[in-house]
Every structure is written in C-alpha cells, then in structure tokens.
Design a protein around this ligand. Structure first.
Ligand SMILES: *Cc1c(COP(=O)(O)O)cnc(C)c1O
Length: 339
C-alpha cells in the first residue's frame, strides 16, 4: 500500500468517472462544438450564478487568463504574500501580462479591505496603476484557511467603489464551501471572475473552469487560444468534471475530517514543534531541527508514505479521495515510530 499525501492532485479517476468519460458526446471545442465542454461550462457558471464559463487544461491557465483579461501591461495586482498566482505560477503575472504584484501580509493568507485600501495607488503618472485584486479560497500555502462571505463583502464593496477588477482563485472553493456551508451563488455574485479546479479534491485527471460575464469569457476564450489552451475533443475531460461536480463535492467533508485526525495525531508527537490550524484538507507543520524536512521525507518514503517537504523544517500533508481510513491508521503508526 502506497500512501500519497503530497497533494490532492494525485488521485486517479474512478471506474464510474472513466465510464462517464468514455460515454461523453464529443466535438471540436475550438470550433465551439463539443457538447460536453459546453455542458460543463454552463453547469459551473450556473452553480455560482455566473453567465458563462471556459474550460481550460489547468488552474494556472484559468488564473493567468483572468489576470490577462483584467489588466494592461504595467498595471499592478494586489494579493496576499502566500498567493498561488504569485508563488507557484512560474512568474506568469509578469511573463504573460507584463503586470507586477504588490504583496500584502494577510492573516493566514486572508487579506482585509483596509489592507487593500492602503495599497491602492493614487492616480499619478509615476505610480503603477492598481487594477486588480485577487483572493484565494482556500489558501493553499497558508494551510487551507478560508474566507467567509462576510470577510469578502467589504473587499467587494471597495473594489466596486475604486473600480478594481476582483478575481478569485477558487482552486479549492468547494473545500471552503464545505466548511462555511454558504451558497455558491452568494460567493459568485461577489467576484468578477472565479477559477475553479476540478483536478484537486474533486478527483478528475485534469481541468479547471473560469467563470464570469459573457463579455469577460469572450475575451478569455481568445486569450486561452493565444496561451495554447484551445483543446479539440476536450469533452472527454469535461465529462470527468461534470461527474465530479455531481458526485465528489459533498464527500470533501471526509477529507477534512481525516485532516483533523492527522492534526490530533501530530499534536501528540514530541518532534512536532508547531501546526497551522487545520481548517480544511491541508495540514502544514514544523518538525524540530533534530531531523531535516528532507530526511523526514526520506524516512516516510521508506515506509511507503509520500509527502512533500514544504520548507527546511516545514511539511505539508494534503488529504484527498484516495486517502482512506486504513491509510490514516498506517500513517499514524509510522509517524509514532519516528524518533
Ligand atoms: C493547484 C492550484 C492552482 C492551479 O494549479 P494547476 O496545477 O495549474 O492546476 C491554482 N491555485 C491554487 C490555490 C492551487 O492550489
């Protein structure tokens, strides 16, 4: 038994998901003729009360397209220091859009309207134009913390007042909604665009959907083509997405429960020095300096557990569909055996 806690992207499609993929009606999506892609885009948009959607190969692409459409070269995007768009998209903000980021130190990845307001540049020739605010929910690098609608509302109001575009990197938005129990439409109404990943907790092999107004998606569709993301019979992947939205959302709670159990186990171990509060399916913790992160990783691998050292002494575990209770028990045994 191999246990893989490196990411919630390591899941393999189930038989039922594969069947849905095999049976999907297909067409050429660059011509706008793939019925399954169209169905997924409509479904994702409707779920969040948005007008239109755009199916893309990855969450990096949906975020980068959104940044491109919302900005002009030389503009500035405001986001938290932990943001995926800044840290893990290969410098795409500058590479793809010629835009710079101003980083705000939030509370475990969550920034406030007040912080954003302090960082909006005035209208002077010598200052960078602030045109976009981007939030992430849940926040990956901050340990799966999440925003509630009450936290987002003042930011939305500020963006509307200051005429700033407002994007959500919702790679794990369903993990956030699992905890807040809020209506996706109420979240959707706050943002100009949302990027949703289907290949994280939802268990598809690939794919993300970008949603927004019809006008926004029309522009996004052109950028997708320029970025090389126009796929042909993409319905085979979109079918997995439709299946995932129908079947794999409510089960996310199980992942959160298992992550909480891991937190409890870690708290009992002498070599763990700190753990970020576990709010969803991500567990980030520090180990003492008697063992390096790399050696800890090696030790677990010898016991068939794959993990990712997230820093010198920092470790991240992510729970997902293919991480079972049996695996949790085995993980506990191995963690307790380490000195
Ligand atoms: C995984 C992830 C993405 C998208 O990553 P891809 O690997 O390109 O699909 C975007 N934002 C966050 C917060 C993520 O965790």
């Amino acid at each position: 038994m191999i246990i893989d806690l490196r990411s919630d992207t390591v899941t393999k499609p189930t038989k039922a998901m594969l069947e849905a993929m095999m049976n999907a009606p297909l067409g050429d999506d660059v011509f706008g003729e793939d019925p399954t892609v169209i169905e997924l885009e409509k479904k994702a948009a409707a779920l969040f009360g948005k007008e239109a959607g755009l199916f893309c190969p990855s969450g990096t692409m949906t975020n980068q397209i959104a940044i491109k459409v919302h900005t002009q070269p030389g503009d500035e995007v405001l986001c938290d220091v932990n943001s995926h768009i800044y840290n893990y998209e290969g410098g795409g903000i500058s590479f793809n859009s010629g835009v710079q980021a101003k980083l705000i130190q939030g509370d475990r990845g969550r920034i406030t309207a007040q912080q954003i307001e302090q960082n909006i540049n005035g209208d002077f020739d010598w200052l960078t134009r602030t045109t976009l605010v981007s939030l992430e929910n849940t926040v990956n690098r901050a340990g799966g913390s999440y925003y509630t609608i009450d936290m987002i509302k003042p930011i939305q109001k500020l963006c509307a007042d200051k005429k700033l575009n407002f994007h959500l990197d919702g790679a794990r938005i369903f993990n956030a909604l699992t905890e807040t129990k809020e209506n996706p439409k109420d979240v959707g109404s706050l943002f100009d665009s949302i990027s949703i990943c289907l290949s994280k907790g939802l268990g598809t092999p690939a794919g993300s959907v970008l949603i927004g107004t019809k006008e926004f998606i029309k522009k996004a569709r052109r950028v997708r083509k320029v970025f090389g993301g126009g796929m042909r019979q993409a319905g085979i992947l979109a079918a997995a997405g439709i299946y995932a939205l129908d079947n794999n959302v409510t089960r996310l709670k199980e992942d959160h429960i298992r992550a909480k159990k891991i937190e409890r186990i870690l708290k009992s171990l002498p070599y763990i020095t700190s753990i970020l509060p576990v709010d969803s399916n991500i567990v980030i913790f520090d180990i003492d300096t008697k063992i390096s992160g790399a050696d800890f990783e090696k030790k677990l691998l010898e016991n068939n557990i794959k993990i990712a050292a997230f820093g010198k002494q920092t470790i991240r575990f992510v729970t997902h569909m293919d991480f079972t209770d049996e695996m949790l028990e085995q993980t506990e045994k191995v963690l307790k055996s380490i000195q």
